[in-house]
Design a protein around this ligand. Structure first.
Ligand code: C5P
Length: 284
């Protein structure tokens, strides 16, 4: 079984809208210790035989795992004969990159099966064909992503700690959130948040921003209402991951993350379908 980890965007700047309709970004991404699992076996039949414990995820044209298989076949000139089984745990439309991570796991599994090196450029091209977040998951760990999110560099100063995730029972539409965002026309950031060390998660958290937060709350007012309930509890800042809908807060210690999760849950009483989860933020 291959693990397909979720990610959070600790920091996300939307720099400008591009001619191709995408936006140039500057974002700090790290994997977190929560994952789907993907099993790939060779099969006698042509194409990709699909099975998943979540019946909502079928082998449709918009399924990122199927799209990854097709992109791999095209980029590497391979005809596929595989059976794939996905154990789905990560929420969808959540800004945690679950579908993108599943797609990357598919590419990694297919590359192993066909004797293609994990750093082969065709894998990265296939990943970028599938979605802006997919190349990150080929490498994982802690990265700074630029361009559409597809150009990656290692972050020399990853965050080592925990995140309390606030998981709304609804997702947000990435195209709609980007559509509602006004780029800040900022060419360079003074010093990026990872550019100098921090004393603790609280100090780091004060430097982090997500330029999609206001757009996401405008597109999905229920998200704004949830953010308003949890942001600032015990002076802890709450951030948005990607284009939402997941919100998170950072902590150095697991016990502090759990204690804050309990405080957040009390504040969310009566707010509808929303859960919390404490995860370790991974740097490898
Ligand atoms: O690449 P991905 O399929 O995840 O992008 C989904 C949508 O999000 C795009 O169609 C675009 O509307 C928006 N997007 C963007 N700029 C990015 C990434 C995504 O505008 N860098």
């Amino acid at each position: 079984m291959l693990r397909a980890y979720a990610k959070i965007n600790l920091h996300l700047r939307v720099l400008r809208k591009r001619a191709d309709g995408f936006h140039d970004l500057l974002t700090w991404m790290q994997r977190v210790d929560w994952f789907d699992e993907l099993e790939i076996r060779s099969a006698d039949t042509d194409g990709v035989a699909w099975s998943c414990d979540d019946a909502r995820l079928g082998p449709t044209a918009d399924n990122l795992v199927i799209r990854a298989a097709n992109a791999f076949g095209e980029r590497c000139g391979v005809r596929l004969h595989v059976a794939v089984r996905l154990v789905k745990r990560l929420p969808q439309g959540a800004g945690l990159g679950g579908g993108s991570s599943d797609a990357a796991a598919m590419l990694i599994g297919l590359a192993r099966m066909h004797g293609i090196a994990s750093n082969d450029a065709r894998l990265f091209e296939a990943a970028a064909d599938v979605g802006s977040d997919v190349p990150f998951f080929l490498g994982g760990g802690a990265a700074i992503a630029t361009d559409r999110g597809t150009v990656l560099a290692a972050n020399p100063r990853p965050f080592d700690g925990f995140a309390t995730l606030i998981l709304p029972g609804f997702g947000t539409s990435t195209p709609r959130v980007y559509g509602a965002c006004r780029p800040r026309a900022m060419e360079t950031e003074e010093t990026p948040p990872w550019g100098r060390s921090w004393k603790d998660a609280e100090e780091l958290s004060l430097r982090l921003e997500n330029d999609l937060l206001h757009a996401a709350c405008a597109v999905e007012p229920r998200l704004g209402a949830l953010w308003g309930r949890v942001n600032g509890i015990d002076d802890v800042r709450v951030h948005l991951s990607g284009s939402g809908s997941t919100l998170f807060a950072l902590f150095d210690e697991e016990a502090a993350a759990r204690a804050w999760a309990a405080r957040a849950e009390s504040a969310l009483t009566g707010a509808g379908d929303v859960a919390t989860r404490v995860v370790r933020v991974l740097s490898d």
